[in-house]
Design a protein around this ligand. Sequence first.
Ligand SMILES: [Zn+2]
Length: 95
Amino acid sequence: MGFKSRAKKRKATTTGNDGSTEETKAEFVGEVPCDIKGCGNWADKKAGGRKMAYDRAVEVWGSSGVSQKVRKISLCKPCYRTWKKENKGQPKEWE
Ligand SMILES: [Zn+2]
């Protein structure tokens, strides 16, 4: 035994002479853009994005609202939510 688990606590002390609070903005840069036109979000898995069958997306946004015609398009999280809302009451076919 004799193993001590030490919880490391870091005090948030500001060192530096400029009194400005520096915020590190870690802007997420993804690889998979959302396929909904005019959206501009990332649809990476990391960002909560999902893949969806083209036809299902068209049911909500229309064929002109989906930027590319591929069998599975990429949806960002907000768009997926929109889709889910629109499809309330329909039987779940996935998840
Ligand atoms: Zn989107």
